[in-house]
Design a binder for this molecule. Sequence first.
Ligand SMILES: [Zn+2]
Length: 94
Amino acid sequence: MPLPPSNRMQPSTCPVCGYVMDANAPSEGEAREPKDGDLALCMRCGEPAIFVVGALGTSLRPPTDQEREKVMLEWGQEIAAYRNAIAQAKRMLN
Ligand SMILES: [Zn+2]
């Protein structure tokens, strides 16, 4: 499967594990700037976060309980597959 196009972005810290991300890739379609409220998945821990895009730039915040519930209902299978891929990549690197 080809990698989706990626997009450089202002470095943003994962609110769960502290990993600093400076690029993002859409789950489908063309690379674009993240919009306020878009879902992000951390490349290191696989936890969901929410993009905050404002006058001061782009950052990430943890989802509210309600947002997390909605995300897991809509994207639970994809997130599980993504976490498996992260775990597999970590095993290959060790
Ligand atoms: Zn993380």
